[in-house]
Design a protein around this ligand. Structure first.
Ligand code: TLP
Length: 341
């Protein structure tokens, strides 16, 4: 099977497994795990922040950020198809007790003018704006790169209004690879950042949140409350360290494979691209085949390729470390066959 459902499906490399075996460990709730500390320090440096915290998942990282920045009854601004709004099971309402105010995006980028308009002024009737969330790359926009200049413009409006900015950078290294810039060019326009080690970077588990020392101090407490205080977590931090330091330089390969796949999909009768791919995510529209996305996904599975539904007629394909150039050629043939049936 060629699994193009998500870049979350990557298996740890041999080097990662060896690092897990050899990892020096301690009790991380007492901050005594040297491997976790090394991962957190390395991540903070790469992201240009004072401190960082190793968390269990991207969702946990985003939720800890919202919980740490906000108080119940506040409002958060976020793009209308952002992961925090769309895919986190309503957690911001269930856990942080904040309400969401969504802002439309163009290829995932919110217009700074809309952000300016949406920030609440002081009024007894209004909730306070507690946080602005940006997502980069933007998953539902088809892995689109939110330009650094757009983030800078939003950050400047946010700062002028004393509203913090959180970046859901689950695939931030993909954005940096596609834009040809350092991740700091994005993270500098944020107060806090969440990055996933377990997506394109290939670690088996874990995410990082980074921000000021003060923020991370409180975030650590929220992580504990959520049951995310881990003990000898060095065994999972060790592959994360390899992901962070060695795997980010190969993301261009995934993006190249995505480009090859997207160009081929465009040529298949009945299929069209729903989004222009910029990184490792391709969204195809199967409406022209007069079938639903789930029917297409089922059909394609019988041809040996796993994909995911992304709307009634949208199908998502994600390239990653465990998919070779050769697999992409096989996937193209399978997609063409499935589209014919
Ligand atoms: N995204 C997953 C699914 O949840 C949709 C995927 O397969 O793409 N932020 C963004 C932008 C994400 O895409 C994801 C995962 C997360 C956060 C959450 O990360 P995890 O799965 O580690 O909780």
């Amino acid at each position: 099977m060629i699994d193009l459902r998500s870049d979350t499906v990557t298996k740890p490399t041999e080097e990662m497994r060896k690092a897990m075996y050899n990892a020096e460990v301690g009790d991380d709730v007492y901050k005594e795990d040297p491997t976790v500390r090394e991962l957190e320090e390395t991540a903070a440096e790469i992201l240009g922040k004072e401190a960082a915290l190793f968390v269990t998942s991207g969702t946990q990282g985003n939720q800890i950020a919202v919980l740490t920045h906000c108080r119940p009854g506040q409002e958060i601004l976020l793009e209308e198809e952002s992961h925090i709004f769309y895919y986190e099971s309503g957690a911001v309402a269930a856990l942080a007790g904040v309400q969401t105010r969504t802002v439309p995006g163009s290829r995932g980028a919110m217009d700074p003018k809309d952000i300016f308009q949406a920030i609440r002024t002081e009024d007894i009737h209004y909730p306070e704006t507690g946080l602005i969330c940006i997502e980069n790359t933007h998953n539902r926009a088809g892995g689109a790169v939110v330009p650094a200049a757009n983030m800078e413009a939003i950050y400047s409006i946010a700062s002028a209004n004393k509203v913090p900015v959180h970046l859901d950078g689950a695939r931030l290294f993909n954005a940096a690879a596609a834009a040809g810039i350092d991740v700091k060019e994005f993270s500098k326009s944020t107060d806090t950042v969440q990055i996933c080690l377990s997506k394109g970077l290939g670690a088996p588990v874990g995410s990082i949140i980074a921000g000021s020392e003060k923020f991370i101090h409180t975030a650590r407490k929220w992580r504990k409350r959520l049951g995310g205080g881990m003990r000898q977590a060095g065994v999972i931090a060790a592959p994360g360290l390899i992901a962070l330091t060695k795997m980010k330089d190969r993301l261009g390969e995934d993006q190249w494979n995505a480009k090859v796949l997207a160009e081929a999909i465009e040529e298949i009768p009945g299929l069209k691209l729903a989004r222009q791919p910029e990184t490792n995510i391709i969204v195809a529209d199967v409406e022209g085949l007069n079938i639903t996305s789930s029917q297409f996904v089922d059909q394609l599975k019988t041809e040996g390729v796993i994909s995911g539904t992304f709307g009634p007629t949208f199908v998502r394909f994600v390239t990653h470390f465990d998919v070779s150039e050769d697999d992409i050629q096989k996937a193209i043939e399978a997609i063409a066959k499935a589209a014919k049936q």
